[in-house]
Design a binder for this molecule. Structure first.
Ligand SMILES: [Zn+2]
Length: 329
């Protein structure tokens, strides 16, 4: 029997439907009794209740944003910079010139590439620490939220990007409405986010890396998100299912967990936060086993994750959409 929750507590944050139900297998899965609900219309899943800002702030600490100049260890940091370059190159291919807004710009790495290629850029970053770094990287002001109407003019951007930021927003539907007002007719909208209905998400269940509660407040069925935007006048240019940056690591976490390692074991290693604890021979042996498995499991994860992407079920996907031209002028 489907339990339909009562309005207004469980209203869908994307389409505002009141037809929602608790998502089975995701009830009370975090301290604080958070559960996931799912919209029965657009299949968007969302955390309920929304944690207050004080609690959320605890989850956006230095472990999340990194220490010092870089977020990760040296070699990994260079790989991250390369992926940001690829993002910038993709935007350049689809938007040859103009003004670009990056919502959730982090340290401004993608915008720095675009700015060096002659684009005018703006970044929005909620986190103070990341915004300071973005300001240094771009040598310009960074905005705090999308909801600053005095600062943002209508239809001034040729591209608006949400690279893994929309799932952090409590009201993604409203954020997309604002983005639509800021985007020029014919402009490019980019949304990259975890795909809640992906094969890896279903295999991992509540352990899925990209679930990332409570930082990820909303989880999309990316196919349905594309349909939602197409129904609002956008043309889907491309649905990218491959992501070597995001879609291998969660499969790797899953394989480790299947073999009896703690949740997110390899992720800890990559972020440089894995600390060798003097926990006795048993712990040392497990660490050696974990490290020796890294190479073969990474290879296996690469193949498995890309096979899922080939099946159009990447664990994170990216939508590239074109706003309709204004034919009234
Ligand atoms: Zn909905």
């Amino acid at each position: 029997m489907t339990i339909v929750a009562q309005a207004p507590n469980h209203t869908c944050p994307l389409c505002e439907s009141n037809s929602t139900s608790p998502r089975q297998g995701y009830q009370h899965i975090m301290p604080g009794e958070w559960s996931l609900y799912q919209c029965l219309d657009c299949r968007t899943s969302f955390i309920d209740p929304i944690p207050d800002s004080e609690i959320l702030a605890k989850y956006y600490d230095e472990n999340y944003y990194g220490h010092g100049e870089g977020k990760f260890l040296g070699p990994v940091e260079r790989i991250v910079q390369f992926f940001r370059y690829l993002r910038a190159r993709t935007v350049r291919r689809l938007t040859p010139a103009g003004r670009v807004l990056d919502v959730g710009c982090g340290r401004g790495l993608m915008l720095r590439f675009l700015k060096s290629w002659g684009y005018e850029v703006d970044g929005i970053e909620l986190d103070t620490m990341a915004a300071v770094r973005a300001r240094q990287n771009l040598n310009q002001e960074i905005f705090h939220t999308l909801e600053e109407p005095d600062r943002f003019l209508r239809q001034q951007y040729q591209a608006v990007c949400f690279w893994h930021s929309l799932e952090h927003m409590p009201q993604p539907g409203k954020a997309l409405e604002i983005a639509d007002r800021l985007l020029s007719p014919g402009g490019l909208l980019v949304i990259a986010a975890p795909h809640m209905e992906s094969i890896q998400s279903r295999l991992s269940g509540a352990s899925w890396l990209h679930l990332d509660l409570p930082r990820h407040l909303v989880h999309f069925d990316m196919e349905r998100l594309a349909e939602f935007l197409q129904s609002r006048g956008y043309q889907l240019i491309k649905h990218q299912h491959f992501s070597q940056e995001y879609n291998v690591i969660d499969t790797l976490c899953y394989l480790y967990e299947v073999l009896g390692f703690k949740r997110l074991y390899p992720f800890s290693l990559i972020q440089g936060m894995h600390r060798h604890r003097t926990g006795g021979d048993c712990h040392t042996l497990k660490t050696i086993a974990g490290l020796s498995l890294m190479l073969p499991l990474t290879g296996a994860s690469f193949l498995i994750a890309n096979y899922f992407s080939l099946l159009r079920s990447g664990s994170t996907t990216t939508l590239f959409l074109r706003k309709a031209l204004d034919l009234s002028n």
